[in-house]
Design a protein around this ligand. Sequence first.
Ligand SMILES: *[C@@H]1O[C@H](CO)[C@@H](O)[C@H](O)[C@H]1NC(C)=O
Ligand SMILES: *[C@@H]1O[C@H](CO)[C@@H](O)[C@H](O)[C@H]1NC(C)=O
Ligand SMILES: *[C@@H]1O[C@H](CO)[C@@H](O)[C@H](O)[C@H]1NC(C)=O
Ligand SMILES: *[C@@H]1O[C@H](CO)[C@@H](O)[C@H](O)[C@H]1NC(C)=O
Length: 438
Amino acid sequence: MLCKRFVAILALAASTLVASSSATSVDGGGRAVAARHAAIHTPLPRMIHRRAAKKSASSSSSKKLASSSTTNANPGYDADKVLSVAKKLTTHSWEYGILAEALLEYYNASLSVFGSNPFPNGKVPKPNVATVQALSYVKPNISISGNTLSNGDGAAGDPASLVVPATLIGGTNAAYTQAVDRQIAHLFTVPLYSNGAISQREAVAELWADAVYMFPPAFAYNAVRTNNESMMHTAIIQCSRYRQILQPTTTAAWSGLWQHIVGPQSQTLGIWATGNGWAAMGMVRVLATVKKWETSKGWTSQQALLTKWIYQILSGAVGSGVASNGLIKNYMVGGPNGASQSPAAGDFGDVTGSAMLASAAYRMMVLDPSGASKYLSWANGLRKAVAARVNGTGYAVPNVDPLNWFNTSPYYQGSPEGQSATGILAASWRDCVQAGRC
Ligand SMILES: *[C@@H]1O[C@H](CO)[C@@H](O)[C@H](O)[C@H]1NC(C)=O
Ligand SMILES: *[C@@H]1O[C@H](CO)[C@@H](O)[C@H](O)[C@H]1NC(C)=O
Ligand SMILES: *[C@@H]1O[C@H](CO)[C@@H](O)[C@H](O)[C@H]1NC(C)=O
Ligand SMILES: *[C@@H]1O[C@H](CO)[C@@H](O)[C@H](O)[C@H]1NC(C)=O
């Protein structure tokens, strides 16, 4: 088992780089491995401080894979295998959230917000859970006893990433609906940033780009279930408030990209590919939900705003260039400390951020073909570069170390969210092909 070692990382200050030498050890195979389970004193970032629950490989491998009968297009890699590895690696709240979304988008596309009619008669569907792999797989990992859908380990946003699968399960099991109600209510009790943005952290007001994937799509979906227009507005407004704080003003080619974290605990001003991927994909899900709900499909000005914010990220990503392996750079400009960090650090080509950003472009090709067409060849290039990095076992590497974004070295052991994002990339491209737009 990887990472048996615990290596203390000194968190020097929230915005300073973790000294990579002290965070590196050598595993049994002689490879340098950055510490993922780091004992840190203060502050407490969402991921790096906590012990990742050890996942027993047998629990996931014993579950049967549904066949990908909805697929007849080949993205250049075996998405079934990629998603099977995703299941093996997933152990944390937000990882289950993106895994459920990936399984839904790939195996039961019609139930996801990217389906042609995800809200028949204006309502969320009530599928048979046993026939939907996304739901049967994550159901045991959704908590229905507390105020949040899983243990967020101090993160307010992450457990909300399970609202969509919990809502779908709730169609035939009221305990899950009640748990969703408590989770949504809980989001309204966490600290607010000065502009009204809901914090990613329970203890302080702190904004993480990641959070845009975790809770605005949950508000949007919940707006449909509870027939609450105001909540749909809240989903959109929260995206705008995150953008207001995280998007720096610049005239550089990468203009439009977001910083990772602004706040008192874990501030990290780096222009991080995965953070931009979370934000773009989250806003794409909100946009799809707005467009497909009868009540909000006519909200053209709000849709135009979301579309603009998504394209700002995609344009910035195009402007940031790619690494020698054809993938988006993990720190797209500069390094973890910010865009002006020099020399650049952590700028290796990263599968996770690349898969996320390319999938956002493919989704936009269906939601807004004329506006998105300028990103199509870029997305195709990224998809091919990702495909070239999927090995025979279905691992899509290298990635940013999934539990330590300060680590500036490429990570080769597999990333839960990177695997799920690669599955989402396959689903997004396939749906674009099936729509006749890719
Ligand atoms: C998720 O649920 C499965 C099935 O019950 C279980 O084996 C696994 O340990 C759970 N994962 C976590 C992190 O608790
Ligand atoms: C989900 O997809 C599987 C095939 O991947 C199919 O057998 C099943 O009927 C679908 N479930 C629903 C509710 O559409
Ligand atoms: C509708 O959503 C808003 C948040 O936008 C919330 O404050 C309000 O309580 C919700 N209304 C109902 C009836 O749940
Ligand atoms: C694929 O990569 C993973 C993670 O690095 C590794 O464990 C596995 O052995 C690789 N598979 C092949 C066929 O090279």
